[in-house]
Design a protein around this ligand. Structure first.
Ligand code: GLV
Ligand code: MN
Ligand code: MN
Ligand code: MN
Length: 413
């Protein structure tokens, strides 16, 4: 089969999708259910319909674009990723797997392929945790890892619930309809930029992901005692920010102490109240992201944070409320899908690296309900989650071609 990827069209579409942004280009900011997110979804649904795919949405906004196969009862073969972008991000994270997945299906159609199993593009709702504080919202619910009851309790910082936000965005219906029935997908493949420097450094055009690291996120509300920065004596203080600082440093020390490069800990949110230079911080919201490919090691760092909280309660007389936002196990790829990717790479004489993903992806949850694997392409300097994120057209093209080949094999004809 002669699979031809129209990389010019795909590059134009990536550029157009990047124009749906709430920050100054080249940065991309596209947050769940904002008018910008909804407009980008309309653009994509239009492209899917133009390609002759059947489009449907679930009550959370997960979007499915289906090429119905000759045996529609057989488990479908899925591909896809996300289009939401964290504040001031770039144009390739997630979108390469969405528009690249669409291009793979279009290329297979043009090549005259007739799938036995249905082939379906999935655009997941909110892979990023920007709103509601939890990543992989769509895939988490599709897989059943997040129950409708738990989802109904989700509330954003501004007090808006997920239920209110999705209704306002026009996604109605019951959340009970979101989880996919067992066997819905016989295989799932996600194409994504690596978001790290390994492929580029080793000059290898593709990565086949064998496992995805286990992410955990914690939210700490630290209550101390405020006061005048000049008047409150040092030994009488209960400084909430200094407690937060020591906890963040304890997380860093615990992550470094494992000696494993796969252990990482980040304190990416630290909101200080009242946030005045001449006022002792009385309240801090600190959020930590802790990951490892090894679950026990990851939980060791989480426990170190608990201990650090205890130590700060004693040392500084602060009150600390701790909420575990998520603590997910790692995912392991399916040998069946990895082998399909291996054969697809071989078909084009392309070398690949097997690797773990330290970033999480919707595949972390799809792996719970379907044989799943991911395909990585290099990105410049490993940069991601920043406006200068870049993937070269030739790498995107190679990734989409390999994806299309693997999807065709998995779908059968
Ligand atoms: C998602 O982008 C992540 O934080 O890995
Ligand atoms: Mn991301
Ligand atoms: Mn992503
Ligand atoms: Mn991600």
């Amino acid at each position: 089969m002669d699979i031809r990827i129209d990389i010019d069209r795909l590059s134009r579409e990536l550029e157009t999708l990047a124009s749906f942004t709430d920050s100054l280009p080249p940065s991309v900011t596209r947050v769940l259910y904002t008018p910008t997110d909804l407009a980008a979804r309309e653009y994509l649904k239009g492209l899917c319909r133009e390609a002759g795919l059947e489009v449907r949405e679930d009550p959370l906004g997960n979007t499915f674009a289906c090429w119905i196969g000759e045996d529609p009862q057989a488990g479908a073969v899925g591909t896809g990723s996300h289009i939401d972008a964290i504040p001031h991000a770039g144009r390739y994270d997630g979108t390469v797997g969405v528009l690249g997945g669409l291009e793979a299906l279009r290329a297979l159609k043009s090549a005259g392929f007739r799938p036995k199993r249905s082939l379906e593009l999935l655009i997941f709702t909110s892979e990023e945790p920007t709103r509601f504080g939890i990543g992989c919202l769509g895939s988490r619910m599709l897989s059943g890892a997040l129950s409708p009851e738990a989802a109904r309790k989700l509330e954003d910082k501004d007090g808006k619930t997920l239920e209110e936000a999705r209704w306002e965005a026009g996604f109605l219906g019951e959340l009970e309809e979101v989880p996919l029935p067992k066997g819905y997908y016989s295989a799932f493949v996600e194409l994504h930029i690596e978001q790290g420097p390994i492929l580029e450094r080793q000059q290898i055009p593709l990565g086949v992901v064998t496992a995805i690291a286990a992410p955990a996120s914690l939210r700490l509300i630290i209550e101390g005692e405020g006061g005048h920065a000049g008047a409150v004596l040092m030994h009488e203080r209960h400084d909430a920010f200094l407690a937060a600082a020591e906890i963040a440093l304890a997380a860093e020390a615990a992550a470094r102490a494992t000696g494993a490069p796969d252990t990482v800990a980040t304190s990416g949110v630290c909101e200080v109240f009242p946030g005045a230079i001449n006022s002792v911080p009385s309240l801090v919201r600190l959020e930590l992201d802790i990951r490892d490919i090894d679950l026990l090691r990851r939980d060791g760092v989480v426990n170190a944070v608990y201990k650090a909280c205890e130590a700060q309660r004693k040392k500084r007389g602060v009150h600390i409320g701790l909420e575990v936002l998520n603590a997910d196990p790692p995912a392991h790829s399916s040998p069946k899908v990895v082998e399909a990717l291996d054969r697809a790479c071989a078909a084009y004489g392309l070398n690949y690296l097997t690797m773990v993903s330290r970033a999480y992806h919707d595949s972390l949850f799809m792996a719970r309900i379907a044989p799943t694997a991911m395909l990585f392409i290099p990105c410049k300097n490993g940069w991601s989650h920043r406006p200068d994120e870049y993937a070269a057209p030739e790498h995107i093209e190679q990734g989409v071609r390999v994806l299309a080949h693997a999807l065709a094999e998995l779908a059968g004809s």
